[in-house]
Design a protein around this ligand. Structure first.
Ligand SMILES: Cc1cc2nc3c(=O)[nH]c(=O)nc-3n(C[C@H](O)[C@H](O)[C@H](O)COP(=O)(O)OP(=O)(O)OC[C@H]3O[C@@H](n4cnc5c(N)ncnc54)[C@H](O)[C@@H]3O)c2cc1C
Length: 557
């Protein structure tokens, strides 16, 4: 058995002792169980695991691994079991074995979740411990998953990102550097063409899996009941969807969030969000998403991860949401928070430099990063023009790369004048980036004039991609009215702009509520909405507002 890492030291805040008074408050929610040495109370992969408070006796927590078992911790009297799976209802990660006889207070998962919702003081103690234990397991790589891959494979990167964005403890074996990895590959009869490989629960082997396969093997969605009628289904778990989930669940609605990948959305790819209220030193998008996800789950929201909504059946009410593997989920109302995808240049290594030289926004912060240097702005419409004009105040030179032979027809006249008269801005027509280079961060950019074929390479560390964003609304066509670019029209926009020809029309006598789409009881929030302002704060605000409107829509039924 390997020894305890310090992160799992039982003396930390992750393993507090409850007071007699706290235990008395827990007592009515459970029953006392006599336990004997050797009793196994839960094992990795188990669902519906009970929560135990030790009144007397001792329980060791271990994790089976390829070499036997490794110790996680040992609980004594007044301590309690559990980590984040206690709240999420997902499959258990560890094994609990009694080492000294005694009496344990046993509560069902539902009972502990209801306790956390009702008792603020106990909620703080339990939630803090569950979160810290998960962080400790994650940092120590104590999970029942081994990912074997190569740092040169984008599929490996995708799986690593998925595990890390879902804070799922795992061990990563880099086949390029790990000398013992061949032994592992041989043991599981894996050939190099099948890499990356995931060993799930120490037994199952997934060869070159998709994130859906991985989520399935880990049972991330095993706690979701696909039958029954929901109050609200929230599609997308970016900032807007997560905010909607927190407010919906905390206000007692039966809420399910469905997310194609992992919670966080575009914000999840931001290394630091500096302009979100309340975080003066900034917060990474992943951390913000992890906190919001935990918060939503604490209030009872359900999360379906690595699953996509592919169609909406809007001919009948309750509405029916169709998923990528054919399931149909029924709901009284819907919050669409599917965001937008920034249009990106087709460069294989673009993601390597996102946040490390490639940016999708040009605010004060980015402008400070490139003060006195040459920068590139990609795009020929308003957002690119504004960025170029703004960056020219701090950069020594701005190369504006425009794919077509002129600036967009929609660009304001004043902006065109500002760009063409600014000696610091050089406009490159018919030009596209063809290569990005740099060790760790961006160092060099190559672009090509597509008309003449001429190329140029410059030592440039900052590229601003402002080539517009495409909404993710393909699955909604025919159900809700969209603007010319595919963004969802809502509330006043719907009334002012009028519903374009051939688009679904508003059917009720009352006018649409704010954020309501042309389909009653279906709301759109965040970057997917026509007229949105592309900010985390506004996405979160709209997500929160949408739930008060959902209540009004539900009251009409
Ligand atoms: C690199 C980067 C840095 C940024 N930095 C900042 C910043 O510092 N400050 C700031 O205010 N803003 C910033 N932004 C903008 C901000 O992130 C967005 O405005 C915000 O994320 C929008 O939130 P959203 O929830 O509306 O959409 P998104 O964040 O786009 O989330 C939408 C989610 O829906 C999911 N989804 C899509 N289709 C489906 C489907 N059919 N089924 C299920 N799920 C689906 C997606 O996978 C995604 O997770 C940044 C954006 C980027 C890309």
């Amino acid at each position: 058995m390997s020894s305890l890492p310090s992160a799992l030291d039982p003396k930390t805040q992750a393993f507090p002792h409850l007071s007699d008074e706290q235990i008395d408050r827990i007592r009515p929610s459970g029953h006392v169980r006599n336990v004997q040495p050797g009793d196994i109370l839960f094992s990795p992969g188990d669902t519906n695991v009970s929560f135990y408070v030790l009144l007397s006796g001792r329980l060791e927590i271990v994790q089976p691994d390829l070499n036997g078992e490794r110790t996680v911790t040992s609980h004594g009297p007044m301590q309690f079991t559990g980590e984040m799976t206690m709240i999420t209802g997902q499959r258990c990660l560890v094994l609990g074995r009694v080492t000294e006889p005694g009496e344990f207070l046993e509560l069902s998962g539902d009972a502990v979740r209801s306790l956390v919702a009702k008792d603020a003081e106990l909620s703080e103690v339990l939630m803090r411990a569950f979160i810290l234990r998960r962080i400790a397991l994650f940092n120590a790589g104590y999970g029942n998953v081994i990912l074997m891959g190569s740092r040169h494979s984008s599929q490996t990167l995708q799986l690593r990102e998925f595990l890390s964005r879902n804070a799922y403890p795992h061990t990563y074996v880099d086949l390029d550097t790990d000398r013992d990895s061949q032994m592992l590959l041989d043991r599981f009869h894996v050939t190099p063409s099948e890499v990356p490989v995931v060993i799930c629960n120490i037994r199952g082997v997934l060869r070159n899996p998709s994130i859906q396969d991985l989520a399935g093997c880990l049972g991330l969605n095993s706690n979701i009941d696909a039958d029954g009628l929901r109050d609200v289904i929230i599609v997308g778990a970016g900032p807007a969807g997560l905010a909607a989930a927190v407010y919906a669940a905390s206000e007692g609605l039966d809420a399910l969030v469905i997310e194609t990948n992992s919670p966080g959305g575009q914000a999840g790819s931001s290394s630091k969000i500096e302009n979100y209220l309340g975080f003066p030193t900034g917060i990474s998008g992943q951390e913000l998403a992890a906190r919001a996800t935990t918060q939503a789950q604490k209030f009872g929201a359900h999360m379906m991860i690595a699953r996509s909504v592919v169609r909406l059946n809007c001919d009948q009410r309750p509405y029916e949401v169709l998923l990528d593997r054919g399931e149909r989920l029924r709901t009284r109302s819907i919050v669409i928070a599917t965001g937008a995808q920034y249009n990106k240049p087709k460069l294989s290594n673009l993601a390597d430099y996102e946040g490390k030289g490639v940016y999708y926004g040009a605010t004060y912060i980015e402008s400070q990063l490139c003060g006195g240097e040459e920068v590139v702005v990609v795009g020929g419409a308003n957002s690119a023009g504004q960025a170029a004009a703004f960056l020219s105040q701090t950069a020594s030179k701005v190369h504006m790369l425009v794919r077509s032979g002129g600036l967009s027809d929609t660009m304001s006249r004043y902006l065109i004048q500002r760009l063409t008269e600014n000696p610091k801005i050089q406009l490159h027509w018919n030009t596209e980036i063809t290569a990005l280079e740099g060790d760790g961060s961006l160092e060099r950019v190559t672009w090509q004039d597509k008309k003449t074929g001429e190329t140029g390479t410059c030592e440039i560390h900052h590229v601003f991609v402002m080539a517009g964003a495409s909404p993710r609304t393909e699955w909604l066509r025919g159900c809700v009215a969209l603007d010319g670019k595919g963004f969802i029209l809502t509330g006043r926009e719907l009334e002012l702009a009028g519903i374009p020809d051939g688009q679904p029309s508003w059917r009720l006598e009352r006018g649409p509520l704010m954020l309501e789409t042309s389909l009653p009881g279906v709301f759109a929030v965040g970057d997917v909405r026509a007229g949105n302002v592309k900010r985390v704060a506004s996405a979160v605000g709209e997500g929160a507002i949408s739930i008060s409107l959902v209540h009004r829509a539900l009251a009409e039924l």
